[in-house]
Design a protein around this ligand. Structure first.
Ligand SMILES: NC(=O)c1ccc[n+]([C@@H]2O[C@H](COP(=O)([O-])OP(=O)(O)OC[C@H]3O[C@@H](n4cnc5c(N)ncnc54)[C@H](OP(=O)(O)O)[C@@H]3O)[C@@H](O)[C@H]2O)c1
Length: 297
């Protein structure tokens, strides 16, 4: 049984807990209330007490808009605290598993980003997440750094949940149509991560950076339309009558976001022998879970 210390209690952390029963792992979860990421002394005590083989950091400052007005806090959580974590895992010889984002890239072109492509984050969130990556790559010998995109789940806040709520309350919606990427479920990512962790404990040479996202590509606008179409076919009645595509430049936002969020996942599939699902199937699974069990928070 692999002992995993899981930091965080957001959508990915919940998905990891849920799918851990399918893997030979024992997860101890640490919520924000129990120990903040920047509390290095607290995390050291947890390591000494739990003696984990692996630490998964699923905690982060993820509010992209808020990061613009709170850059110091975003840097503290996403970069400085990760630097502290990287030093701790090196000291105790623990495999560190960390999540980063397509937002570390600059968004030009239409080619899916490969792991070794030049990063050039456009916003504070992306810059702080890149800071975390630099710390891990520079300090850790044993790590898995997964970059993913557009996470969704039946839990917490995400685009799909926001769209369904808006669609039930408004007649007209405007959704950005020129940012292209792949919506990826927290459940699918969790399964891919646990599989890769188990393989890497046997083959430490697989340590490194990987892109993990659902297959195919779409825009936020087409994703919204897909969600309404699938939900309507399940009998959900919406108030929304029209959805208008808008360009990023015409959409009021304090954040500059990459237009090209495509991630090339070939390295992950090749190294870990896992085929990733197409985004439509992955989104449908989340919708079914969300709409059939509406008590999800
Ligand atoms: N969401 C996306 O679309 C997306 C896309 C690409 C990559 N990612 C990355 O994927 C990872 C998981 O994202 P997610 O969507 O699961 O995030 P999430 O639902 O927002 O959860 C983030 C978690 O981090 C916790 N947290 C925040 N500040 C903390 C601190 N200082 N100390 C300890 N915990 C803290 C939050 O706790 P509280 O709720 O108690 O504050 C929350 O439980 C993150 O690294 C994120 O950057 C996300």
């Amino acid at each position: 049984m692999l002992k995993i210390l899981l930091l965080g209690n957001g959508q990915l952390a919940r998905a990891l807990i849920e799918c851990s029963c399918h893997f030979p792992v024992q997860i101890t979860q640490v919520t924000t209330a129990q120990c903040r990421l920047e509390n290095t002394t607290g995390i050291r005590s947890l390591i000494i007490k739990e003696k984990p083989d692996v630490i998964i950091n699923a905690a982060a400052f993820t509010n992209v808009e808020l990061a613009e007005s709170q850059p110091d806090l975003a840097w503290l959580v996403n970069a400085a605290a990760v630097d502290g974590l990287a030093k701790l895992v090196s000291e105790y010889d623990i495999l560190l598993v960390h999540i980063s984002t397509d937002y570390v890239f600059g968004g030009q072109g239409i080619t899916p980003w490969c792991e070794e492509d030049q990063t050039a984050p456009l916003n504070v969130y992306g810059k702080t997440k890149r800071g975390g990556e630099v710390a891990i790559i520079g300090l850790c010998e044993k790590y898995l750094l997964f970059r993913t995109s557009w996470l969704h789940s039946p839990w917490c806040s995400n685009f799909i949940k926001s769209m369904l709520t808006l669609g039930m309350n408004k007649e007209h919606l405007s959704v950005v149509s020129d940012q292209i990427g792949a919506p990826t479920s927290a459940s699918m990512l969790a399964e891919a991560m646990l599989h890769a962790i188990l393989v890497t404990t046997r083959k430490p040479e697989l340590s490194g950076v990987y892109h993990v996202a659902a297959q195919g590509e779409t825009s936020w606008y087409d994703l919204a339309k897909y969600c309404f179409s699938v939900s309507s076919s399940m009998g959900i009645v919406f108030k929304v009558k029209s959805i208008e595509p808008v360009l990023s430049d015409d959409y009021p936002s304090v954040v500059l976001r990459p237009l090209n969020s495509r991630l090339n996942t070939d390295k992950f599939s090749r190294c870990f022998g896992m085929t990733l699902p197409i985004w439509q199937d992955d989104v449908s699974t989340t919708l079914r879970s969300l709409l059939c069990q509406p008590e999800h928070e």
